[in-house]
Design a protein around this ligand. Sequence first.
Ligand code: FES
Length: 168
Amino acid sequence: MSRVEISKIEYAIETDVLRLVETIISKHGCNRSKLIPILQDIQNELKYLPRKVLEVVSSKLGVPISDIISVASFYHQFRLEPVGEYVFQVCFGTACYLRGASNVYEALKLATSKVSITVEKARCFGCCSLAPVVMVISTRTGEKYIHGRLNTNDARKIALKYSATIRK
Ligand code: FES
């Protein structure tokens, strides 16, 4: 990518975000082997990996954007879309799946469709005796809460409880 193209990308993202990305890259070193820790740090700060930011990382590390998107898509930990104030992770591990995780997931999706809550599927959290399990993560504070032995009614109550705490 030419210097002019890089400048155009850099201009398209806010200066403070660009500074943040540059700080993170210089902390790890401008090296493609550091791609994952760089993406982790960016996501910790921005809560997801915006396409424009990935283009900057691509130009700085000399890694094609398609490779970066592949890495970010492969690892479950990375998000390519913005998230809400809370992320509801519904475990789809075997125990949870067999005890109705799909119904809980659908109930949460419906109950949160108009609020800033992201509902997604997740792998086993290691507390299978509580199946089906939902982990609620506050994207503002990073706090995590486990809710277990849920049915669809419980799921709707949880959605209401956390929706009520979201700032309007
Ligand atoms: S299968 Fe859901 S917590 Fe293990």
